[in-house]
Design a protein around this ligand. Sequence first.
Ligand code: ADP
Ligand code: ASP
Ligand code: MG
Length: 422
Amino acid sequence: MALIVHKYGGTSMGSTERIRNVAKRVAKWARAGHQMVVVPSAMSGETNRLLGLAKELAPGRTDDDHNRELDMLAATGEQASSALLAIALQAEGMQAVSYAGWQVQVKTDSAFTKARIESIDDARVRADLEAGKVVVITGFQGVDEAGNITTLGRGGSDTSAVAIAAAMKAHECLIYTDVDGVYTTDPRVEPDARRLSTVSFEEMLEMASLGSKVLQIRSVEFAGKYRVPLRVLSSFTPWDIDIQEEAKSGTLITFEEDENMEQAVVSGIAFNRDEAKISVLGVPDKPGIAYHILGAVADANVEVDVIIQNLSKDGRTDFSFTVHRNDYAKTVDLLKEKVLPTLGASDIVGDTKICKVSIVGIGMRSHVGVASKMFRVLSEEGINIQMISTSEIKTSVVIDEKYMELAVRALHKAFDLDQPAS
Ligand code: ADP
Ligand code: ASP
Ligand code: MG
């Protein structure tokens, strides 16, 4: 008998019929003798619907001004789906109980809309498990020190599930979703993408941070920190498939490199449409400029991603960087107000129609020429690279967003990701 955490995403919880299927699947695992904790997302579309209502009432900078209430609002989606799942489990003849984050408690900091989990008190959950109940805990939400409801950022139910699995020292955390595992790239963009039977923790971390929304990045961080065995698999297989077969399906995130691992130089391609580029033009090329610009941005709590400074000409240069699209308007306003007058720059311009495409693979450590191959492939497609950023196991480029799909597909083919791993 093992303690297992299942997480079901929005599509998997998308209708009463699907919730019934989830209940049947969970009941199968419980009847096989496992202690089951289940973490559902809101039914698909529900979080967007709720946040859309808020936007209707407060157009403009809703995100900055109403964050506490947005969390109060968005958290209801998970509360509803958790209660529905517990009811469905009871209707299957199981003993089940559902809890909101504040009831467990899942304690977070107070960064509304992007809170971080600080601790989880599992006493209540353990008592229920001992009493033979299936425990359903809302994904995506927690409670701060002052008793406010918080949420963990979009896609945050993954993080709830992994954090609960870590706190409870679960045997495994299974992330059930609408694809049957982690693919070489998003199968919605490249139909020839291949499922990986294993992916290393480091690669998964890069893929998630570079935009692969199959797992929220913080869930991968938690899995790494607490060594939570983590698997991504489909909720769309028939619920009554053989449990042994199900337990081995999907993609396992691995922590050790072993000889069975698929050894490709590039393992996956990630892309991100959520960034925007800002350029400060004609800044004097002298010490302290980067600090002057990015210090002001950091003080406004805006995260900066790719940075580039051009060669200077006549003592002046252009300085560009990317931020999340949600922070774009705020950052441009701030630079115009605080930095432009003091810096003596000629202008501040921006572009929201960009995307970042990245190749990821631990094999890049030991192979030269991977980045240059990437650049060659893009040039053959006539795609202009605006910015480049590299680390040990990834190379990212910023390009015009209209070429995103073309770039992903061309790179996928050029790095043989459509071919079975040797
Ligand atoms: P859930 O609601 O279950 O959390 P998400 O929509 O958050 O589901 O994540 C699953 C989706 O992630 C898939 O439908 C797929 O389009 C997308 N995705 C992006 N990159 C990948 C990848 N490398 N492998 C698999 N799925 C990916
Ligand atoms: N319901 C939340 C969202 O749509 C959390 C999640 O699905 O993981 O972002
Ligand atoms: Mg998700």
